[in-house]
Design a protein around this ligand. Structure first.
Ligand SMILES: [Zn+2]
Length: 431
């Protein structure tokens, strides 16, 4: 396709930029080589350095043939140089290899800047191979797809809450896997795959998840004098004469002050590099699994019978024997180990592919940051540190920083249907 072309324009430092509506230029630094040019957009070359010159020429060299892009003569010499040009409308397409971009100045024999030029006017291709059969409100899903481009830059999934999930290269060149999380506060869910090449050619494909609505319950949490006593000791607060709600407020303030990391931020890091042979088992952090407080519950906290606050439960509470052993079921790397405010003693494990698990309210964490853990490793001892009135384990899962329904990840059937089968199905379609 011949590039649409409205008018030439050029930009000199300090002068106003005139451009075609919506055509954001491709910006290249004068050290970039090669330069990949999306020929439907202007190209902006930024030269930073001493520039005591009377003018410049920006040209394309097609072998010996010189094609002028833009030039300028100065009356006042700028310190640095920004040159913007459009792709020549009469340049035949497709272009052979061997195009060069050159920035020359009148007084110099050599080029001020020279780079191999690759015209790119093709959008990346995207094709979905396999995906979760359905995604539940507050829950997780996965998509495995093919995205190809000679000069790919970023491959992401963006959902209707504007959350961006980074896809990870999977198994072989051109294939990607991406786990996503539907934040439970987002009423509906849609997501699209975006693939963009270095020249700014952008393709988008809606994922078309089948969505299942879910109503999260409301519940009550009672905190009492025992809680006040326990926390005073745990947080090292002095035995002041504060009583009741006043004391509760001091406890809450201290818990916030001792909240070292933002778990969501900590787990927003996106995976890089190609991953092969990903398998995941259902998590089973305690030998006996019995839920006592569901994920997503809107919890009203009462202290001595008076409502204090409301918050959403971003994990599942599991009943434990006092000082029960906590195990990890999948390989991972410990990224947090320590006391973290309301979560108490906590461990956070990175399992790859943007999947993280969190274990909270423990008496003790037995693993250190940077340590690799293996299925069956004992990682912690349950307890009631942080906002907890009795010994239990709070188990949470985050997908690239989004708290998701951790109950799904405890369920072998869910893992089989939404992870194992999807990966197997996609592998069969890969070349
Ligand atoms: Zn909990």
């Amino acid at each position: 396709m011949k590039p649409s072309f409205f008018f030439y324009y050029l930009l000199i430092m300090g002068a106003a930029l005139v451009s075609c509506a919506g055509a954001v230029p491709i910006v290249v630094d004068y050290t970039d080589d090669p330069v990949v040019w999306n020929i439907n957009k202007p190209l902006k070359v930024v030269y930073v350095g001493s520039f005591a010159q009377t003018g410049y020429d920006l040209v394309l060299m097609d072998g010996e043939k010189k094609i002028a892009l833009t030039n300028k003569k100065f009356t006042v010499t700028p310190t640095n140089l920004t040159v913007t040009a459009n792709y020549p409308p009469d340049m035949p397409l497709p272009v052979d290899d061997g195009l060069m971009l050159k920035l020359t100045v009148p007084s110099m024999k050599s080029n001020l800047y020279s780079a191999t030029l690759i015209p790119d006017f093709e959008n990346p291709s995207i094709k979905i191979l396999a995906m979760s059969p359905a995604i539940k409100k507050g829950g997780s899903g996965v998509v495995i797809f093919e995205a190809r481009d000679a000069n790919m830059k970023t491959v992401t999934i963006k959902d209707n809450s504007k959350k961006v999930f980074y896809a990870q290269p999977f198994q072989a060149d051109g294939y990607y896997i991406c786990f996503i999380g539907w934040h439970m506060k987002q009423p509906a869910y849609t997501a699209s795959i975006y693939a963009e090449d270095v020249a700014g050619n952008l393709s988008m494909l809606p994922v078309g998840f089948k969505t299942v609505d879910f109503k999260y319950p409301v519940g009550k949490v009672d905190l009492d004098k025992t809680y006040e006593k326990d926390k005073t000791k745990e947080l090292g607060l002095s035995e002041t004469n504060l009583q009741g709600v006043d004391k509760y407020k001091v406890i809450q303030q201290e818990l916030a002050a001792q909240s070292k990391v933002n778990i969501s931020q900590l787990t927003s890091l996106h995976p890089k590099g190609i991953i092969e042979g990903f398998t995941l088992k259902a998590f089973k952090p305690l030998l006996k699994l019995r839920g006592t407080s569901a994920f997503g519950k809107i919890r009203e906290y009462f202290f001595e019978g008076v409502k204090q606050k409301e918050s959403v439960h971003m994990g599942v509470d599991l009943a434990s024997e006092p000082k029960d052993s906590v195990y990890t079921s999948n390989e991972g790397v410990v990224i947090f180990s320590g006391y973290n405010g309301g979560y108490g003693n906590t461990a956070v494990i990175d399992h790859g592919l943007g999947i993280y698990t969190i274990y909270s309210h423990c008496t003790e964490i037995l693993v250190k940051v940077g340590q690799t853990v293996h299925p069956g490793d004992k990682i912690a001892i349950t307890g009631k540190t942080g906002v907890a009135s009795g010994d239990h384990l709070h188990f949470g899962v985050l997908v690239q920083g989004v708290y998701v329904n951790s109950e799904e990840w405890l369920n072998p059937y869910w893992i089989q249907t939404n992870v194992t089968k999807v990966i197997d199905q996609a592998k069969k379609l890969m070349k």
